[in-house]
Design a protein around this ligand. Structure first.
Ligand code: CAA
Length: 246
C-alpha cells in the first residue's frame, strides 16, 4: 500500500511540483489549500489524473490549530496514516521596519512558522509510533542570510530551521527524519510581488544567472522523502544558484 504525504500550500508554485514528484515517487498525496483556492482545485487535480498520479485536495486554515486537527483526521480517514509532511505553506508581506506594521508581522509568523507547528503536532507522535516518518520544512535563502525588507519572513524562515533541529533529535531513534530545504529565488507567482527593477538586481546577484525552477526544489524534496534518505536528519539543504555560499 502506498504511503501518504501531506503538502501544505500544495496548490501553489513550489507546492504543485512537490506534489507531483512525491506522487511520482510512490506517495499518495494530500495537498492543502486555502479557501480562495478551492474553486480551482478540481482543475488543478485533473492535471495529475492525466499523468496517472494520485493527488487529493483538502481546504485548510493553517493558522487554526483545531482546523489542522480536523483536516488531518479527514486525510487519515480518506487516505490512510500519514508518513510524510511537507510544511510548505508560506506568504510574504515585505516592508522595511519603518513600514512593517504588527499585522504584517503576525500574518507571516502565524502562517510560515506557527503553521508548521500546527500541522507537525498532528502527525509527529504517530510517525514515531509507526517507526517511519519524513518531515520536510520549506525555509528560504532569506532565513539563512536575512533580507532587506523581510524582517518577518526572515525571522519565520530562520525559526523553521530551529524547529527542524529540535525535533530531528526527537525523531532520530524512531525512524522519523526532519529536514529543512532552503530555496533561493524560484520562478513562481511569489516573485510577482517584487518590483521588476528590484527583481532584476536580485537575479544579477545569483551566480547561476537565473531564477530557480520549482521542479528543482521538488526533486530534492522527493529524495528527502524517500526511503533512501534515512540517514539524513536535522539538515538544512540550500538550493539557491550559489547566491549564498558560506
Ligand atoms: N539594501 C540597502 N538599501 C536598500 C535595499 C537593499 N537591498 N533595497 C532598497 N534599499 C533602500 C532604497 O535605496 C531606499 O533608500 P533611500 O530611502 O535612501 O532612497 C530605501 O531603501 C527604500 O526604503 P522604503 O522603506 O521606502 O522601501 P520600499 O517601500 O521602496 O521597498 C521593499 C521596500 C518592499 C522591501 C522592496 O525593497 C522589496 O520589494 N525588496 C525585495 C524584498 C525581497 O527580496 N523579497 C523576497 C520575496 S520572494 C521570497 O521571499 C521567496 C524566497 O524565499 C527567496
Amino acid at each position: 500500500m502506498s504511503k501518504v504525504a501531506v503538502v501544505t500550500g500544495g496548490v501553489g508554485g513550489i507546492g504543485t511540483e512537490i506534489c507531483r514528484y512525491l506522487a511520482k515517487g510512490g506517495y499518495k498525496v494530500a495537498a492543502t489549500c486555502i479557501a480562495s483556492e478551492v474553486a480551482g482545485a478540481d482543475e488543478w487535480k485533473s492535471q495529475f489524473s492525466k499523468e496517472g498520479l494520485e493527488v487529493e485536495v483538502f481546504q485548510l486554515e493553517i493558522t487554526d490549530f483545531d482546523d489542522c486537527a480536523k483536516v488531518t483526521a479527514q486525510i487519515e480517514e480518506k487516505m490512510g496514516p500519514i508518513s510524510c509532511l511537507v510544511n510548505n505553506a508560506g506568504i510574504t508581506k515585505d516592508g522595511t521596519m519603518k513600514k512593517m506594521d504588527k499585522d504584517m508581522w503576525d500574518a507571516v509568523i502565524n502562517i510560515n512558522l506557527t503553521g508548521a507547528f500546527n500541522m507537525t503536532k498532528q502527525v509527529f507522535t504517530k510517525m514515531t509510533e509507526q517507526k517511519f516518518g519524513r518531515i520536510i520544512n520549506i525555509s528560504s535563502l532569506n532565513g539563512r542570510k536575512g533580507q532587506f525588507g523581510q524582517a518577518n519572513y526572515s525571522a519565520a524562515k530562520a525559526g523553521i530551521h530551529g524547529f527542524t533541529m529540535a525535533i530531528a533529535q526527537e525523531g532520530a531513534r524512531k525512524g522519523v527524519t526532519v529536514n529543512t530545504v532552503s530555496p533561493g529565488y524560484i520562478n513562481t507567482n511569489m516573485m510577482k510581488a517584487i518590483p521588476e527593477d528590484i527583481l532584476n538586481k536580485i537575479i544579477a546577484q545569483i551566480p547561476v544567472g537565473r531564477l530557480g525552477e520549482a521542479e528543482e526544489i521538488a526533486q530534492l524534496v522527493a529524495y528527502i522523502a524517500s526511503d533512501a534518505a534515512a540517514f539524513m536528519t536535522g539538515a538544512n539543504v540550500d538550493m539557491n544558484g550559489g547566491q549564498f555560499i558560506h
